[in-house]
Design a protein around this ligand. Structure first.
Ligand code: ASP
Length: 441
């Protein structure tokens, strides 16, 4: 089984973590291509190398001496090198970087050096090939990835290598200058490489054992999700449950490659596997696994619009949506009834203009009956098995009713893999607990 293994910042934070990565990679012959992040935090108050590199760049930008900050970065890499007893010339690398800094280099170049040095150190420690991402990941000048060139060059470079370490987070423009992805972008590099080499699985090693069925700050010791479809993940991540970079899913998903979220500090835990189809999940008849996960967010605003005989009129919803569209405000949900509908969106989007919006909605929709209320939480309960099973929403609403939670809004995604309920912000935590207890034993 060919695997691409990506190790995030906490997995690369110090020499102890490097040793764990080495063992994990060596433990499975299939782990041929390894993508790494820059060293991240070792403890809560620690700094990520990438953040320090951004800070270094800010120093040059404002002509403040950067040496003290850069020294912290040098010390971090030197301590890893010394503890692992590596015979690699880091001073030479630091000098080359400093020379560029003195010539006011691009931000992207400087912030990419964390991944570059991290990969160099790991390649030296594991005695395998180092492949510079600038030679295999290519961007167009508009910032999009040149997929054809990237796949071609990657396939060539990796064919020639038994085991390769590749820095995440960056690639190069056609003129060879460095371009980075957005923050957390090493996940994207791993996904692109998995697609290019047609890996059987893309392993994303981090500091949690995959996704949990609910937020552990709300539900005590929630169960781990073993398998989830991309579609379910999208629903949960949209509501705040996030482990992977949003854009990282696309290349692997398109190539039909499952992503396995694993924990470097708990390598025996199989983690969560993200799959395309999930037929087996849907067909699993274990009633204790009807739902896959629960997530939610507070602070939504609702614009409620009622108009007598609206059902007979064409274009009322369109007119209302235009009010938001004209201001470039994006909307989350539009649950509708016969003579009324609501427009739901994060309250912060309309903070200062809600009064103005209500008045405009009244005029455009030609009704006085427009009201806005805030402090609404949305909770999504996700599970692809829902679509095949009657009585799920009844069970969900009963759980909320039994706990005296008033439901202000209901919306079921048209794909039928989730049910969204709106409750008062003050009932948010209680509602999530009630749903979890009702469905998960
Ligand atoms: N080191 C980069 C960051 O902190 C990229 C990554 O770790 O994925 O954003």
């Amino acid at each position: 089984m060919l695997k691409v293994a990506k190790f995030g910042g906490t997995s690369m934070a110090d020499a102890v973590q490097f040793k764990k990565v080495n063992e994990i990679v060596k433990d499975d012959e299939g782990r041929k291509f390894v993508v790494v992040s820059a060293p991240g935090k070792r403890f809560k108050e620690d700094n990520k190398i990438t953040d320090l590199l951004y800070l270094t760049h800010a120093h040059i930008k404002y002509s403040v001496p950067y040496a003290p900050v850069f020294k912290i970065i040098e010390d971090r890499f030197n301590s890893i090198k010394e503890e692992l007893k590596l015979n690699i010339d880091l001073d030479h690398e630091f000098e080359a970087i400093k020379e560029k800094l003195d010539n006011k280099c691009d931000e992207d170049y400087i912030v990419s050096r964390g991944e570059y040095l991290s990969a160099m150190l790991l390649a030296s420690y594991m005695e395998c090939d180092f492949i510079d991402a600038k030679d295999v990941i290519f961007f167009n000048y508009d910032g999009t990835v040149n997929v054809v060139k990237t796949h071609e060059k990657l396939a060539d470079a990796l064919k020639a290598s038994k085991k390769a370490i590749i820095p995440g987070f960056y690639g190069s423009y056609p003129d060879g200058s460095i371009k980075t992805f957005s923050r957390g972008g090493s996940d994207i590099t791993g996904s692109i490489i998995s697609a290019a080499v047609k890996a059987d699985v893309y392993e994303n090693w981090t500091d949690v054992s995959g996704f949990l069925m609910a937020d552990p700050r709300i539900v005590k010791e929630p169960k781990q999700i073993q398998k989830i479809t991309y579609q379910e993940l999208r629903e949960l991540s949209y509501m705040g449950a996030s482990v992977l970079h949003d854009e990282a899913v696309f290349p692997a998903r398109q190539a039909g490659i499952p992503i396995n979220i694993r924990n470097t500090n708990e390598p025996d835990n199989p983690g969560t596997i993200i799959v395309g189809e999930g037929k087996d999940i849907a067909e699993n008849h274990d009633d204790n696994h009807i739902i896959t996960g629960i997530a939610g967010k507070k602070n939504f605003a609702v614009f409620y619009i009622h108009k007598e005989h609206m059902a007979n009129e064409v274009g009322v919803i369109k007119k209302a949506l235009e009010v938001f569209d004209d201001r470039g405000i994006s909307i989350d949900h539009v649950p509708s009834g016969i003579d009324s509908f609501s427009i739901v969106l994060p309250a912060e989007e309309v903070e200062r203009i809600s009064h103005e919006l209500v008045e405009e909605l009244k005029t455009k929709c030609n009704t006085e009956n427009v009201h806005m209320y805030k402090n609404l939480s949305l909770i999504t309960t996700v599970g692809i098995k829902m679509a095949f099973k009657p009585g799920i929403s009844a069970k969900l609403f009963k759980a909320l009713g039994d706990n005296s939670i008033n439901i202000r809004m209901i919306d079921q995604g048209s794909s039928e893999i989730n049910i969204i309920v709106g409750v008062e912000d003050r009932d948010f935590e209680k509602a999530i607990k009630a749903i979890y207890d009702a469905f998960v034993k």
